[in-house]
Design a protein around this ligand. Structure first.
Ligand code: UN1
Length: 510
């Protein structure tokens, strides 16, 4: 396959790199990677050893000690060059993301576009790492604060966004003066290796030291645990399930390290009687079936007013019956496969549980097999009439299941349903009624990190901070002021006078 060659992916690959060198360990076993699109073998990866981890960390610390002394705009220049390289490799990398993860080619390319966008954002930011100047209460004193680089920043990324989420963290961390350690999901390591090869070109062309961009592909139980417990890593950004994030948060907090947690979502769209249905329908369908329902921001619940419920239900079923499911590299298809057979089992288990609770599957829900699907993990996206309080509706099932929930009365009731789950990532309302929209966005409205009006729950832009509340973990990545999390804040007070007045007017004469 041409794109694999372009990206430097061989039949057997090493899984551990300092950005300059691959560590040639082969004793820890191979990960064999098969495409979820057709079940075919793509390539394999040797996992790294604990000794490799030690080596990488030492390089990471050394690189940080150098990198923090480089002026931030110069650091931005490196990120600018990374953005240019990613533009060059957008097509092959987007294709690999699609082939290895199973999302549509459009979405694979979109993911690389997000990487390019965050590079541009970070370049601008490299000249804007602003602190404040404060008025001191003491005469002839100056007080200000400044942001300093933090250290080695680790990013643990999930299978559903094999490359973009890493870049949201790493490109900010890089302009902030940190060195990077990336542990990608072992389900999609090839996209990470390809990205590492792209970055390595910039490292080489600029004669950068080893250890600025480290990649480590290894077992969670050994390498992952070492990383969480490692005092040399002041910040770990984790994307994954609430279960994974809770463990990571506890372990890292015990050593007073910091985490950015981007965990499960249970995102809802509210449709009020004033919704523009022509706009709302594509947003719902894209949100629910895009990436085969495997985005953190996927639409899982649709909360519809009883007066338009039947109409919405009918047009949803109609829209779903027009969906083309199949090879995501074929741009005619809307929905690709699930990541693996375990995801198919989880999809079926959720459908069984919702039926037992009293839910009604009104469309889809079958596993798809047959010649055109090969041994890929394809399913028919499902629409299920359900109640918000069913235990399974309260959970995040990483699959294309859309729960259709009826609300009565005012939008206040719909907002209560929308907030009535343990997760708090993304939310949206479709309405042309200004009062409803403003109530949804108010302090008493949506309790999520992302709240949209007349836009679906997925497809956030990098310029905004990304993350959510409650069991979504509270972390923020990407745009707005998220960069501050990758630096340490220091308050400085300077006395340029000849007296030593104490704050709060305290007298201490000796
Ligand atoms: C994720 O699913 O982890 O809003 C991230 C979106 C994307 C990011 C999703 N920009 O759908």
């Amino acid at each position: 396959m041409e794109f694999l060659k372009q990206l430097g992916i061989k039949e057997k690959n090493y899984g551990c790199s300092t950005g300059q060198k691959w560590l040639e360990t082969s004793a820890e076993g191979e990960l064999k990677i098969y495409s979820p699109t057709n079940g075919k073998f793509i390539a394999s990866v040797y996992q790294c050893s604990e000794a490799d981890y030690e080596h990488i960390l030492e390089k990471g610390v050394d690189a940080f000690n150098y990198w923090r002394t480089v002026p931030a705009p110069k650091r931005g220049e490196i990120v600018r060059q990374i953005g240019l390289k990613l533009r060059e490799f957008k097509r092959p990398l987007g294709t690999l993301v699609s082939y290895e993860m199973g999302k549509s080619l459009q979405e694979g390319m979109g993911e690389v576009q997000e990487m390019i966008d965050i590079c541009d954002f970070a370049v601008g930011l490299s000249r804007q790492l602003y602190g404040h100047t404060m008025a001191s209460e003491r005469p002839m004193h100056r007080m200000y604060d400044q942001y300093h680089p933090l250290g080695v920043v680790a990013t643990i990324s999930a299978f559903n966004f094999p490359v973009a989420v890493w870049s949201w963290n790493a490109m900010l961390a890089t302009v902030c003066g940190d060195s990077n350690l990336w542990k990608p999901s072992s389900k999609v390591p090839l996209s990470a290796i390809a990205t590492q090869n792209i970055i390595a070109q910039v490292v080489k062309e600029n004669n950068l030291p080893e250890g600025l961009f480290n990649l480590i592909i290894g077992r969670g139980a050994t390498i992952g645990e070492k990383l969480l417990n490692d005092k040399r890593i002041p910040l770990i950004s984790v994307t994954g399930s609430t279960k994974v994030g809770r463990h990571a948060g506890e372990v890292v907090q015990r050593r007073f390290g910091r985490t950015i947690l981007e965990l499960g979502g249970n995102n809802a769209i509210i449709m009020t009687p004033d919704a523009d249905l022509k706009m709302a329908m594509p947003a719902v369908v894209f949100g629910a079936v895009g990436t085969a329902g495997q985005r953190c921001t996927s639409t899982r619940r649709l909360i519809v007013h009883e007066s338009i419920y039947d109409k919405v239900k009918d047009s949803l079923v109609k829209a779903y019956s027009g969906l083309k499911i199949g090879d995501p590299l074929n741009e005619k298809n809307h929905v690709g496969p699930l990541i693996d057979k375990y995801a198919v089992t989880a999809f079926q288990k959720a459908l069984k549980e919702v039926k037992e609770a009293g839910g009604k599957v009104i469309y889809g829900g079958e596993n798809l097999s047959g010649e055109s699907y090969g041994s890929g993990c394809y399913v028919q996206p499902a629409i299920v009439e359900a109640e918000n309080n069913y235990p399974i509706v309260q959970e995040e099932t990483f699959a294309p299941i859309l729960y259709l929930i009826k609300y009565r009365g005012t939008v206040t009731n719909a907002i209560a349903l929308q907030n009535g789950v343990v997760q708090g990532l993304s939310s949206s309302i479709f309405t042309n009624n200004m009062r409803e929209a403003e109530e949804f966005l108010s302090a008493a409205g949506s309790d999520c990190g992302i709240a949209n009006v007349n836009i679906g729950t997925s497809g956030a832009e990098i310029g905004g901070a990304f993350g959510g509340e409650k069991e979504t973990g509270g972390g923020r990545e990407s745009g707005s002021e998220a960069w501050k999390l990758y630096m340490r804040l220091q308050t400085n007070t300077i006395n340029y006078g000849t007296q030593l007045p104490l704050a709060q007017g305290i007298k201490f004469d000796i």
